[in-house]
Design a protein around this ligand. Structure first.
Ligand code: ADP
Ligand code: ZN
Length: 622
């Protein structure tokens, strides 16, 4: 602790992290905690939660109050977080099984003396008798500054990553009621929030709930045709060379997509729970450390992935609910630069998700909740108005059309499918009445469009009054109508009986014309040939957009310099400097350390450590 160091939050933000302003509620949170208050912090992914406890930790350490204990669920990422703090000149350490006995005991000694600023540990360790007795010793000497409980939703079984070990953390409050505590999470849902408060005894804590909007993420949901080809087109057109995540439902699909992308020259790796743990870890490390890797993954991939420059998150299969979707897409664009959330969605997704709920062993009540959540996501997928308004609305936040989603950017042509829907449902009704059995979508559409196929003749369905009454509709249109009817529950698919179509309670309203069916005009995508990499100039990375030719050269040189340093330090490149920081340096072409000083992301330690190198790299390019 240096006696001259400033303990003011704004000064720490500037000096240590090199940032000019606090974002959103950060300043209020930091002030509240430094003053000794408890806090529950809900902020979307990428909102900047880490600074909310790191700055109080530094301030309290500088004021002679000792050590902050950070409870963190993932050993794998403690290393990078502590590494990032070291880069910024903050004395931090972790305690986990990757340390030797000697290393661990060194950290413990420094912790007991109150020297280190932050100590990261998993909940299992924090609640051991040994660790608790160390906390006790620190507490008695006034060396216990703060408890920060990260990923606090893990305490709740309603959250998506329940970790029973989190429950034992109540001991912290019971034993040290006077030490301030903060719980941080990106999970919004009301039940989970109430559960966190109760479980962690944060009834007295002030709650800081940020807007869940992520304005730099552009949401796009396309109709699924040939999903793999669509994905390839999307990546090649908009994200060549970018880091991204592609979520798939099954392990098999994950492997296939990784292989297909690789064949097409995209650096892609698979990640799913069935992989050998070492391979899985190695793939995750490469994704975090190397640039421009696409991870093809199941939802097993994600928690704690705080790589800031993920430029797109694609869903090839629809997730279960909006919470999951929002959490997953939220992993894009943490650095605040433009990112894409892209999903391909089709009839099969609706059928699969409904079936998974129907066939799950859960009780009826639970299934009802799950169905409600699925319906909300389906409504989002079918929406022809602003996606963001709907997403935020789901989390209880009112907003106006965003201008940065597919529907806002190119309002879809909409056609009225009400008539087609009624004709479809009445055909299903007549067929059922006449034959006493149900049929699948293909057969129903054949009848409606007046196609006298073998099967139609075999069952005498060309004599039905509805035969041919939908001749004016294309098959694509009718499939759209079907999908929406199933999505809204106005029609069901019996997966145990060859995916045959059944009328439901909800069919009645459509048949009576009480429910309008509005559909997006299905634009047939021209099957444009693949862009030829060799003839086209590589697109500039998003951070470098707007740089001159010289600036882009400097940016490229700075990136390769950064890659070297990152390798030397065994840390991801973004921990050294963010792309945005390198781009700002490249744009200004600094001549002196003074020039570098004001650039966002360059704090005092980094300036001292890397300033001269950076100036040299810039000078070499000219
Ligand atoms: P979260 O944990 O909420 O997902 P992080 O703490 O990882 O988010 O922060 C996301 C990114 O935003 C990080 O790269 C961080 O350095 C940056 N950041 C946070 N606060 C600020 C700020 N006040 N000014 C500039 N950048 C910030
Ligand atoms: Zn919008």
């Amino acid at each position: 602790m240096s006696s001259t160091a400033n303990a003011q939050p704004a000064a720490i933000l500037h000096e240590v992290f090199g940032y000019e302003h606090f974002r959103g509620p950060q300043a209020a949170i930091v002030d509240h905690v430094i003053a000794g208050g408890d806090a529950l912090v809900l902020m979307p992914t990428g909102g900047g939660k880490s600074l909310c406890y790191q700055i109080p930790a530094i301030a309290r350490q500088r004021a002679g109050r000792g050590v902050t204990i950070v409870v963190s669920p993932l050993i794998a990422l403690m290393h990078d977080q502590v590494g990032a703090l070291h880069e910024a000149g903050v004395d931090a350490a972790f305690l986990n099984s990757t340390l030797s006995m000697e290393e661990a005991s060194n950290v413990e000694k420094r912790m007991l003396r109150g020297e280190v600023t932050l100590v990261y540990a998993a909940p299992e360790r924090v609640t051991t008798p040994r660790f608790l007795s160390q906390l006790q010793a620190m507490h008695e000497k006034g060396r216990l500054a703060l408890f920060a409980i990260d990923e606090a939703h893990c305490v709740s079984q309603w959250g998506h990553d329940f970790r029973p070990e989190y429950r034992a953390l109540t001991v912290l409050h019971e034993r040290y009621p006077d030490v301030p505590r903060m719980a941080l999470t990106a999970t919004a849902d009301d039940i989970t929030r109430a559960d966190i408060v109760e479980r962690l005894q944060l009834g007295q804590a002030r709650q800081f709930i940020s807007s869940f909007d992520r304005p730099n993420i552009r949401y796009t949901i396309v109709e699924k045709k040939e999903a793999t080809a669509q994905l390839l087109r999307f990546i090649e057109r908009e994200h060549e060379g970018d880091a991204g995540i592609v979520y798939c439902q099954t392990r098999k699909r994950v492997e296939e997509i990784a292989a297909t992308l690789s064949e097409q020259g995209i650096r892609a790796l698979p990640y799913h729970a069935g992989l050998d743990p070492e391979v899985r870890q190695a793939n995750q490390d490469r994704f975090l450390r190397e640039e421009g890797i696409v991870m093809s993954a199941t939802i097993a991939f994600g928690m704690g992935i705080d790589k800031p420059d993920v430029r797109f998150v694609a869903h090839l299969d629809m997730p279960k609910n909006i919470e999951g979707y929002y959490q997953e897409t939220g992993r894009g664009g943490r650095d605040g630069l433009p990112a894409d959330a892209w999903m391909a969605y089709g009839l099969q997704d609706v059928v699969n998700q409904r079936r998974m709920i129907d066939e799950s062993p859960a009780g009826e009540e639970f299934k009802q909740v799950m169905r409600g959540k699925l319906d909300a996501l389906l409504a989002l997928a079918e929406a022809t108005d602003c996606r963001r308004v709907r997403l935020l609305g789901y989390f209880g936040e009112a907003s106006t059309p965003c201008g940065n989603c597919d529907n806002c950017i190119a309002p879809p042509a909409v056609w009225d499918g009400t008539d087609a829907a009624r004709k479809l449902l009445s055909t299903i009704y007549r067929v059922q009445q006449q034959s006493g059995i149900s049929f699948g979508a293909g057969h129903i559409m054949d009848i409606l469009r007046g196609k006298a196929t073998e099967k139609v003749k075999q069952f005498g369905h060309e004599s039905l009054s509805t035969f041919g009454i939908g001749a004016e509709f294309s098959e694509v249109q009718l499939r759209g109508v079907l999908r929406q009817l199933i999505a809204t529950g106005s029609l069901s698919v019996d997966s145990e009986a060859f995916n045959t179509l059944r009328l439901t309670e909800g069919s009645r309203a459509v048949l009576k014309g009480e429910m309008a069916v509005r559909l997006r005009e299905s634009v047939s995508q021209p099957s444009e040939s693949r862009r030829r990499r060799t003839t086209e100039k590589a697109r500039a990375p998003v951070a470098a957009a707007g740089l001159t030719v010289d600036g882009a050269n400097r940016f490229a040189a700075l990136k390769s310099w950064r890659a070297e340093i990152a390798r030397e330090h065994n840390l991801p490149a973004y921990v050294i400097f963010h792309d945005a920081t390198l781009a700002a340096i490249a744009a200004m072409s600094p001549q002196s350390l003074g020039d570098l000083q004001g650039i966002s992301g360059i704090g005092a330690t980094k300036l001292e450590k890397y300033g001269q190198h950076v100036l040299r790299v810039v000078a070499q390019v000219g």
